[in-house]
Design a protein around this ligand. Structure first.
Ligand SMILES: Cc1ncc(COP(=O)(O)O)c(C=O)c1O
Length: 468
């Protein structure tokens, strides 16, 4: 087990592409700074080597008789267990279903719960669309309110649980927000949900990569019933998502997707479904994705999730302190948080700030509403407005209210944060010049500098990989 600094250094050392340079103003190259880990994190070199090695034995699973299939099947099946154990699932009672991403996991659960139109699902007003829209499609959704600092209002949640009991079938809540990084006390929320006879789903997309997570024993009142998360947000970008929940939830009725691998016996008039997880994993599964994620989780366990979390916490505190020194900058949300920080630079469009940081500072981050439009509107204090639809349709994202988001991972450094801060200060001081130099392009869907010939540069890199 590493202590925090060495663990973070080792992680950084193993990040694929960490030394990649990009073109910036003045025709210079600069080491790329990646602050968009909440979207997807880069993969790890040792795991890529393992994947490459394993591919010698890659094969279809569960159907073949050859050695490669036997070995691949065993690996694939065991990956479920490794992934489940990483988050403290009780594998005697829970099943680990491997899907494409968090979005698919939540959609699958929304189908699986066999909700009736009068059933109620409580979500919070801080959810990612992936933990909002699937519920709106299948049940009545009630939103637990959030305060002006972006925190869940526990009194309001309790009122909803009480008011709608026993119609409430599920409380679906993010472990950490992808906008403010705010961390919900999910075990306290589990206790509240259970006290009113409903189950809890934690959307762990932004929490599992940042902190040790434990679903806890089924007998505990603060046990997490369902958990969803994505491999690509935890250094494993091979298209794997995870849904964990009680086996019994997946035992009743037919699965959402039906076909090869989901059955025991098929008669002309009757189908006998396989047990979960097979029943839920129709078709040929993502063996490579499962292998990569299981190996990545083992790697992170060896490095020490606590050490990595500690380092990220310090880096986040450092970043917030430095951002706090910049007047004309507003940070949204409040503690406790993972390393996800959204802000605005006073009167500058978020997309312009993102473009300057991309093209001049070599920093990658995200701007806009981050698939959480209701939450972002609430934090910005703006109302719902149908006119925004026209802006989306015309690709005029400069007119849509939003924020600039940096999302840190433990491999990021103070030097990278200093580089960002220096540029934010520079942008504020030179904002009139930047506004003149950058033009909004509807085709590009963002701001581009009039004087930087990066079109050819992007095409060259594209051609290198796409062979054109
Ligand atoms: C909190 C949260 N939930 C769900 C998702 C959806 O994850 P995916 O795109 O892997 O389906 C995201 C993605 O950013 C997220 O941040």
């Amino acid at each position: 087990m590493f202590t925090d600094k060495p663990a973070a250094l080792k992680l950084r050392h193993d990040i694929k592409g960490i030394d990649e340079k990009v073109l910036v103003k003045g025709n210079k190259k600069r080491k790329y700074t990646y602050f968009d880990n909440a979207a997807s994190t880069p993969p790890l070199i040792p795991i890529l080597k393992e994947v490459d090695d394993y591919l010698n034995w890659y094969s279809g699973v569960h159907r073949g008789t050859g050695y490669k299939s036997l070995i691949s099947s065993r690996i694939y099946d065991d990956c479920h267990e490794i992934i489940g154990k990483f988050v403290g699932a009780d594998l005697s009672m829970d099943t680990v279903v491997l899907v494409k991403n968090t979005t698919e996991a939540i959609n699958k659960l929304s189908f699986r719960l066999q909700l009736q139109s009068h059933d109620i699902v409580i979500i919070t007003a801080m959810e990612h669309h992936s933990n909002e829209l699937p519920w709106r499609a299948r049940a009545q959704v009630k939103y637990a309110q959030i305060d002006n600092n972006g925190r869940l209002d526990l009194n309001n949640l309790e009122c909803l649980l009480k008011k709608y009991h026993p119609q409430v079938k599920l409380l679906a809540v993010c472990g950490a927000s992808n906008v403010t990084g705010h961390v919900n006390d999910v075990h306290l929320l589990a206790k509240m949900a259970h006290a009113y006879g409903c189950k809890i789903l934690v959307d762990g997309a932004q929490l599992v990569p940042h902190q040790r997570f434990n679903m806890k024993a089924h007998s505990d009142s603060d046990h997490i019933d369902f958990l969803a998360f994505s491999g690509h947000k935890i250094y494993s970008p091979f298209g794997l998502g995870v849904l964990i929940g009680p086996k019994e939830t997946f035992m009743n009725g037919s699965p959402e997707y039906q076909g090869g691998g989901t059955v025991k016996l098929v008669l002309k008039n009757e189908i006998f479904w396989a047990n979960p997880p097979d029943r839920e994993e129709a078709g040929s599964p993502n063996v490579v994705g499962a292998f990569a994620l299981a190996r990545t989780l083992k790697y992170l366990n060896e490095l020490g999730m606590d050490a990595l979390a500690k380092h990220e916490e310090e880096l986040t505190a450092y970043t917030l302190e430095k951002l706090g020194d910049l007047n004309s900058l507003r940070v949204y949300g409040s503690q406790p948080r993972v390393g996800v920080i959204s802000f605005n630079l006073k009167d500058l469009p978020h997309a312009l700030v993102g473009a300057i940081l991309c093209f001049e500072a070599g920093i990658g981050l995200r701007t806009g509403c981050f698939c959480a439009q209701n939450y972002v509107r609430h934090l910005l204090g703006v109302k719902e407005d149908y006119q925004q639809l026209e802006f989306y349709e015309r690709n005029e994202i400069d007119k849509i209210p939003g924020m600039v988001r940096i999302s840190l991972a433990p491999y990021n450094t103070r030097e990278e944060v200093d580089h960002l801060i220096k540029w934010l200060r520079y942008i504020v001081e030179n904002r009139y010049e930047f506004r003149r130099r950058y033009k909004f392009s509807r085709v590009h869907g963002g701001f581009i500098p009039a004087d930087l010939l990066n079109k050819e540069y992007i095409s060259n890199i594209y051609n290198r990989y796409m062979g054109l």
